[in-house]
Design a protein around this ligand. Structure first.
Ligand code: UD1
Ligand code: UDP
Length: 361
């Protein structure tokens, strides 16, 4: 059986590493990895292939950045060519990026079954590009791998036949377990940045709804500066955010107080997360990783797809309306804990995914 996997953005490399490894363990299963090139800086792409032992992509499409239509359209055309040449039995896509949608759409048009990992997540906010991407991908897919009960319910509610939906837990938990010790053993990030375990707040900001709305970004910058009056704040800066902050002329004011650094590799990020007092983020993956490492999280968004994190008390949703609100929320949540539990499976999601694909296609 030949599976063709389409990846392109940072979180997809992290998810794909687990499934790729599981696929290599199945006799007769071949995986062709296609990188769209959506993320291309070495610290947004190559570092994950190196650290997470992902084989080099068989095809690199080199699409790069662009508007949603142009970027997705170029990917669609390029992926179609690859699919025609490779003739896979299944196309595997992850999450909700433009690379995900392009992979799914190209496969659907050629009647190739699609397997979607991280299916069924919903913010119910159609203004988010990710929401459109994930809804369309789910409805084009034959096998839908949902990480949570809520995700299963969302899919069934939208009329997806229950027989196509498999609750398998979260592949990011597989990756966290598999590489946890390596991170501990190899990462020097705390000494490199000069921070002490348990004595800093880790921040990550990249969501378009925050970077592209000046009032929200201003509130976040002000919030981070206020938080930094009390705690050390470490901010590995996503290139989207870096660009917008630079254009707005706000980067210097932020860097005066906050320890801003380029994006870090996965092993360093895990160490930064695990040793933080609190994580302040708008990332999907980072919200879950905060929970894996039992670090309280404040999410700077109006809603989250990972509602169980809020319900269990590990995550507090905080729309970035002002710097005061953000700083007060951080103050309130430092030292807090949520309910114990294992919300994202047992770390064997990738193996389950590969088995379902083998048995059903
Ligand atoms: C994308 C995903 C988002 C995901 C995020 C993970 C979409 C619509 N968005 O957002 O769901 O959470 O990845 O990080 O697919 N850039 C660089 N170097 C790079 C990559 C990007 O400089 O290697 C800059 C470019 O200026 C680019 C901007 O970042 O225009 C945004 O990149 P893009 O891939 O379009 O979206 P992300 O914000 O990364
Ligand atoms: N991550 C990383 N280095 C960083 C920031 C994030 O390795 O500087 C990892 C993080 O640990 C998580 C994933 O990237 O596994 C999350 O990706 P991102 O926040 O870009 O996207 P999202 O999850 O919001 O789609």
């Amino acid at each position: 059986m030949k599976i063709l996997t389409v990846v392109g953005a940072r979180p997809q490399f992290i998810k794909a590493s687990a499934v790729s490894r599981a696929a290599r363990e199945v006799a007769g299963m071949q995986e062709v990895l296609v990188h769209t090139g959506q993320h291309y800086d070495a610290n947004m792409s190559q570092v994950f292939f190196d650290e997470l032992e992902i084989p080099a992509p068989a095809r690199h499409l080199g699409i790069g950045s662009g508007g949603h239509g142009a970027q997705t359209g170029q990917m669609l055309a390029a992926i179609e060519e690859v699919l025609l040449a490779e003739q896979p039995d299944c196309v595997l896509v992850y999450g909700d990026t433009n690379s995900t949608l392009a992979g799914a759409l190209a496969a659907a048009k050629l009647h190739i079954p699609i397997a979607h990992v991280e299916a069924g997540l919903r913010s119910f906010n159609r203004r988010m590009p990710e929401e459109v991407n994930r809804v369309l991908t789910d409805h084009a897919s034959s096998l839908l791998f949902a990480p949570t009960d809520v995700a299963v319910r969302n899919l069934v509610h939208e009329g997806i036949p229950a027989g196509q939906v498999f609750q398998v837990g979260d592949v990011m938990f597989d990756t966290a377990l598999f590489f946890g010790q390596k991170a501990q053993a190899q990462s020097q990030v705390l000494s490199r940045l000069g921070v002490q375990s348990g004595q800093y707040v880790l921040a990550s900001i990249h969501r378009a709804e925050n970077t592209d709305v000046p009032e929200r970004l201003a509130a976040i910058v002000d919030g981070l500066r206020r938080v930094a009056e009390q705690y050390r704040v470490v901010l590995p800066l996503h290139p989207r955010t870096q660009k917008v902050l630079q254009e707005a002329g706000w980067l210097d004011a932020l860097s005066e107080r906050v320890l801003v650094c380029p994006p870090v590799g996965y092993l360093d990020m895990v160490q930064l997360e695990r040793n933080a007092q609190l994580i302040l983020t708008d990332s999907g993956g980072v919200q879950k990783e905060a929970y894996f490492y039992e670090v309280p999280c404040v999410t700077l968004r109006d809603e989250t797809e990972w509602v169980e994190l809020v319900e269990s008390g590990w995550n507090a949703l905080t729309p970035p309306v002002s710097g005061e609100v953000i700083a007060a929320r951080v103050q309130e949540r430092v030292g807090s804990r949520g309910a114990p539990g294992q919300l994202y499976g047992a770390g064997d999601s990738a193996r389950q995914i590969v088995q379902v694909i083998r048995d059903h296609l």
